[in-house]
Ligand binder design. Structure first.
Ligand code: SIN
Ligand code: FE
Length: 315
């Protein structure tokens, strides 16, 4: 399954790692460079050996189960499950264990595949997406079927990239994505219209010091307020800007990819604009990769935006 922007991983399996260990370092670097170029890496297998009972449990979670929120999420660092408030405690326990094991499996596989990133990444959340994505009725900014780059309101990355490993556990149906030109191209075309100059001007204003002081005060008294850099503010706005931009959504050239049943794909979802058109039963684990872990940081969204803005966007 190799094509434009799609690279099938060869010579590596979850069970045995690299087929030729003497080539591991060069191969791993080559795949990381593909990611930095905006490719999606594809593996025709699962990153974790789910038992048949666990798969059955995942398929049993119903669209109409009001206990499930937009997605079920898992925070590996704190071992916390969110978005699954079933009235049956044993169901919660099973879901929690499956997410814990999936997350650990992905971390192990990704560490073998991309050791240079693993040395520096921060482990972020994992999620389970049980709902059919086609025709989902969600508010515009939450719609998954509109092409967007990712940014998390509650977790600023300060320039770090969002690396995600997706797994389609659906036994029969593919998960269908639509992508378009990569971040450097979109940024050149749309960054100004999406508000980059305004954010830069605000950061340069004397009021910035007052805002920073207020934030420090808030965290001193225990009020949670994520400390967003200019980069984070832009990326949050860009996510919404792309979803709101109807001519971009309808006219931009799109590339469709069908990720088959029981397969895995890995990509930087802030470099690769994406939408999910259909599919259900997918899992995902996120990592934040700092810019200094990249082989070529010049292609990272933060460096691309800084070169357009002519100033630093993270302090
Ligand atoms: C996303 O837009 O980040 C979700 C993609 C997916 O669930 O396949
Ligand atoms: Fe996304």
């Amino acid at each position: 399954m190799t094509g434009k922007y799609l690279t099938e991983i060869e010579g590596f399996t979850r069970e045995s790692g690299w087929a030729d260990p003497s080539q591991a370092s060069a191969a791993s670097r080559a795949y990381a460079e593909r990611l930095e170029d905006g490719n999606i890496l594809f593996l025709p297998s699962l990153p974790h050996a789910f038992s048949p009972e666990d798969l059955k449990f995942l398929y049993s979670l119903d669209q109409d189960d009001s206990a499930i929120h937009k997605n079920i999420s898992y925070r590996p660092k704190q071992d916390i499950l969110r978005g699954f408030g079933s009235s049956q405690p044993e169901k919660v326990e099973t879901m929690h264990r499956i997410m814990r094991e999936y997350s650990a499996g992905v971390v192990k596989m990704m560490s073998a595949l991309l050791p240079a990133y693993a040395a520096k990444w921060t482990l972020d959340y994992a999620s389970y997406r049980p709902y059919e994505e086609e025709n989902r009725d969600l508010p515009l900014h939450k719609r998954n079927d509109l092409v967007h780059t990712d940014a998390f309101p509650s977790r600023p990355t300060h320039g770090g990239l969002i690396l995600r490993c997706f797994t389609n556990v659906n036994p029969a149906q593919p998960r269908v994505w639509s992508t378009t030109a990569r971040f450097p191209t979109l940024a050149k075309q749309y960054a100004a219209d999406a508000g980059l100059p305004k954010i830069v001007a605000r950061e340069a204003s004397p009021l910035r010091g007052v805002r920073k002081g207020l934030n420090a005060l808030k965290s001193a008294v225990g009020i949670k307020s994520p400390n967003h850099s200019a980069y984070d503010l832009f990326m949050l706005g860009f996510h919404d800007y792309l979803k709101e931009n109807t001519s971009f959504q309808t006219d931009a050239e799109k590339f469709r990819t069908d990720f088959p049943p029981l397969s895995t794909w890995i990509t930087f979802t802030d470099v690769v604009p994406h939408a999910v058109l259909s599919g259900r039963y997918a899992l995902e684990q996120t990592f934040i990769v700092p810019v200094n872990a990249l082989f070529d940081a010049s292609k990272s969204p933060v460096r691309v935006l800084e070169s357009i803005a002519g100033t630093s966007l993270v302090s």
